[in-house]
Design a protein around this ligand. Sequence first.
Ligand SMILES: C[S@@+](CC[C@H](N)C(=O)[O-])C[C@H]1O[C@@H](n2cnc3c(N)ncnc32)[C@H](O)[C@@H]1O
Length: 292
Amino acid sequence: MLSTPANPAPPTLSTVVDVTPKQLENYAKLIYEKIGVTISPQKTTLLSNRLRRRLRARGLASYDDYFKLLKSAPTSDPEWEAFLQEVTTHETYLFRDENHWNWLRDKFVPEMIAEQKAGKRRPALRVWSAACSTGDEATTIACCLMDRLPAAPAWQVEILGTDVGAGAVAQARLGAFSERAMRLVPKAYRQRFFEAGTGGACATMKAAYRKMLRFETHNLLEPLKEMPFDLVVLKNVLIYFDAESKKRVLSQIKRVLRPGGYLITGAAEGVSELVGEFESTCGWLHRWPGSK
Ligand SMILES: C[S@@+](CC[C@H](N)C(=O)[O-])C[C@H]1O[C@@H](n2cnc3c(N)ncnc32)[C@H](O)[C@@H]1O
């Protein structure tokens, strides 16, 4: 845990001096080292504004002191959580990218059922929504699977959602969504899988379906200690990574996919050069052949 200075005098705008280009560069390097996200030169004004907010919130007047606090703390520390909340984007909503979910319902699920009928798998599925933000993507996956899997035999479905942001993960665990997040959810799904939300939320996933979802904090640059997965969904995060960090993340994904398992990436993720060992059907769908 990071310690707060005893009785700090609240800094005023005049006591928080301007951050220097060198200090900004050091912060950008630190973010890159810790979570792999690249802060482009165009984003430095945004970074300096966000840093200023954190300094004031912590009662610090020096960018170097705040840098030291962050550098010595793990990304699981509450201050990293607050900092990442400021500098990363959590934009997400249910049923984002319709074609991915059509594939899941019309191709993936029938293939899994055929494998089960042929005795090649138990009626069980494991899916990882990596960098899941507030859980909208994992919840979409749950809806699509429940819609298409047969009632008998009863399938055991586990969907793991992970994100480096502890606040996003805490929100995901509530299973509660705003009207904006729900806007693309088909009406039949709203009625079947959701109930009216409370406390400002428009809708909450019904407890019977939430059981199959689990949310944990996890940094994509680090190994995930769970495997194997039949499907990994990794969307709208690698766009913030450079080629080196993308490679690191993909090497972790390969470790946890079962042979024949699938990876869905975002359309603009820039991974075409890096997924050579996968069989890629199109820009966003990649199949892991596994050991030959
Ligand atoms: C734009 S959201 C994408 C959410 C969802 N996948 C979607 O497509 O709707 C990007 C998420 O990536 C997370 N993220 C960024 N770097 C990460 C890292 N190194 N490990 C895990 N999550 C990370 C952020 O916290 C953020 O919630």
